[in-house]
Ligand binder design. Structure first.
Ligand SMILES: CCCCCCCCCCCCC/C=C/[C@@H](O)[C@H](CO)NC(=O)CCCCCCCCCCCCCCC
Ligand SMILES: Nc1ncnc2c1ncn2[C@@H]1O[C@H](COP(=O)(O)OP(=O)(O)OP(=O)(O)O)[C@@H](O)[C@H]1O
Ligand SMILES: [Ca+2]
Length: 500
């Protein structure tokens, strides 16, 4: 990554413009000797610390007007040849996400950069939930090179549902069929973070910073992403890219929804409350291990830009597409079944790194390997659960506990004990009364009721679900987290800077 070539340099250029300079500029330095100076300014990506990108500029002065114009022309032609760069974007802004700064962030930090890079935009400020999703079913989508969402994970989820849903509708695929081979979505999504957790942005870029994300969009980055489909009884419920969590994260979300007015703080409040309530839930989880991928959840290396494990999965996917029509072998593959009492069941398609937990729920999970990491946290003491949680915030291994198991899977199913009992028509009135008693006395930690699934920050209505990972179903304007050239925290130079 540290090598430099002419092409790398163009990749880092945002725009080239003839420099308009005033008398003051003309009278500075050695250029004041020039009778009639000419100049052009190159705006480029400057890489700063901790994956942050900034727009910087450098002005080249020239005595010869013709030579100056030739340079401008040549650089503009090279920029024009960068076919992965978007020209026309559809932007959705959630004005109420996170700290309600979405509109301001877009107008002040992002729109000027898009305009500098000659990107045209159609901007929709959402008026209600599902506005963006519904709108994506109506717009002339082919007009756009990408869709940008300004908001949090929930807003991203809306846009993703709109795009994937639209894609399947246009291709005649029934989303309610859990086994349907879904059509990949080639229109990239850009995330301008303005939410509460912004876990998808953090896990794919390495920082929550609107300017950095805007620059990844401008240079036309592309990061494929695994998407899980969630069904209940042959009915499609939702897609998930980050966390599908039952128990702890489901309960936090349910409680926090009532506290939206608190903003991002609501998660800490509900997190603390849920931690104290210490509820566990009984159920059965069955899963198919992901045998196609090379990695394991206990690997020391994490998914980084150009990840070879994700590339391998991409190749396998291409082969599968070629062999389409042949019977899929996955139906015959083994299922593992685990019954137990769980404080949390977390399935993550990516690390789920976020500022609260910089290495995430599963540090070695891959963005695009066609698998999810299934983390089972069994019933344990409050103290042990706290030790487990604390390891999300430091360098210690959060899977190194006897009550935590982790599996890399390509599909799984869950049924709670309660719904199993209901299905087998066990009507134990005493048990139900006892359940009621426990709901009224939260100090009791038994499984009085079902938890809810937290699906990328939204609750699901059903506790019994069937989940399948779809390898690289969609793409983002991102490149994954970059390996730093000179150690984790050091500044790394962009190719333009190295050239300068
Ligand atoms: C002692 C400190 C332990 C801190 C442990 C922090 C672990 C944090 C892990 C965060 C994982 C986020 C996964 C991302 C999920 C997103 O798809 C979703 C949508 O935005 N966000 C949430 O559901 C929002 C989920 C928000 C979760 C907040 C959890 C806060 C837990 C606080 C526990 C306090 C225990 C204190 C005991 C004294
Ligand atoms: N104009 C609107 N009014 C009300 N709700 C909206 C509007 N636009 C979008 N939404 C909904 O708001 C929900 C939350 O938005 P968003 O994800 O941007 O912020 P957040 O919840 O604070 O952040 P995070 O998801 O990162 O925790 C989304 O699920 C989205 O459907
Ligand atoms: Ca994955």
């Amino acid at each position: 990554h540290c090598q430099i070539s002419g092409l790398d340099v163009i990749e880092g250029i945002i725009a080239v413009e003839e420099t308009e300079f005033n008398k003051k500029q003309r009278n500075t330095g050695k250029w004041q000797k020039m009778a009639k100076p000419h100049a052009f300014t190159v705006y480029y990506v400057k890489k700063a610390r901790n994956h942050r990108w900034r727009c910087s500029d450098v002005t080249f002065w020239c005595v010869d007007e013709h030579l100056c114009n030739q340079w401008i022309q040549a650089l503009k032609e090279l920029l024009e040849m960068q076919k992965s760069r978007p020209k026309q974007l559809l932007v959705y802004i959630n004005p109420y996400g996170g700290r309600r700064q979405g509109k301001r962030i877009y107008e002040q930090k992002v729109a000027p950069l898009f305009s500098l890079a000659s990107i045209s935009t159609d901007v929709v400020i959402t008026e209600h939930a599902n506005h963006a999703k519904d709108n994506l079913f109506e717009v002339n989508i082919n007009k756009y090179d990408g869709v940008v969402c300004v908001g949090g994970d929930g807003m991203f989820s809306e846009v993703m549902h709109g795009l994937i849903g639209r894609m399947q509708k246009d291709s005649g695929i029934d989303q309610n069929n859990p086994k349907a081979p879904l059509v990949q979505c080639n229109i990239r999504i850009g995330i301008i973070p303005a939410g509460s957790t912004d876990c998808i942005c953090y896990s794919t870029v390495g920082i929550i910073d609107p300017v950095t994300s805007a620059l990844h969009i401008i240079v036309g980055d592309c990061q494929p992403l695994d998407v899980s489909s969630v069904h209940h009884n042959n009915t499609f419920l939702k897609y998930s890219v980050s966390l599908l969590g039952y128990g702890f994260y489901g309960d936090i979300l349910k409680d926090s929804e009532k506290k939206r007015w608190m903003g991002p703080m609501r998660y800490d409040y509900s997190g603390f409350k849920t931690f104290l309530s210490h509820h566990y839930y009984e159920g059965t989880i069955s899963f198919q291990p992901a045998r196609h991928t090379l990695g394991s959840p206990r690997d020391k290396d994490s998914c980084r830009t150009g990840c070879y494990i994700c590339k391998k999965s991409e190749q396998q996917l291409a082969e599968q597409h070629k062999e389409r029509g042949l019977k899929r072998e996955e139906d015959e593959e083994e299922w593992k079944v685990i019954k137990g009492k769980f404080l949390a069941i977390n399935a993550v398609n990516m690390s789920c790194a976020c500022p609260r937990s910089p290495k995430g729920l599963s540090p070695a999970a891959h963005l695009a390997d066609g698998s999810a990491d299934l983390i089972l946290v069994r019933k344990c003491s409050r103290f042990d659960f706290l030790r487990y949680l604390v390891r999300h915030t430091n360098q210690d291994d959060q899977f190194d506990f006897s009550f935590v198991d982790v599996y890399r899977v390509k599909s799984f199913q869950f049924t709670s004990k309660l719904s199993e009992d209901n299905e087998s028509n066990v009507t134990d009135i005493g048990k139900k009364r006892f359940g009621q008693f426990c709901r009224d006395h939260p100090a009791c930690c038994c499984n009085s009721a079902n938890s809810t699934w937290n699906c990328d920050g939204e609750t699901l209505d059903s506790s019994a679900i069937e989940v399948r990972v779809h390898c690289q179903l969609m793409k983002l304007f991102a490149r994954g987290i970059e390996e730093n050239c000179k150690g984790e925290d050091a500044d790394s130079q962009s190719s333009v800077e190295q050239l300068l």
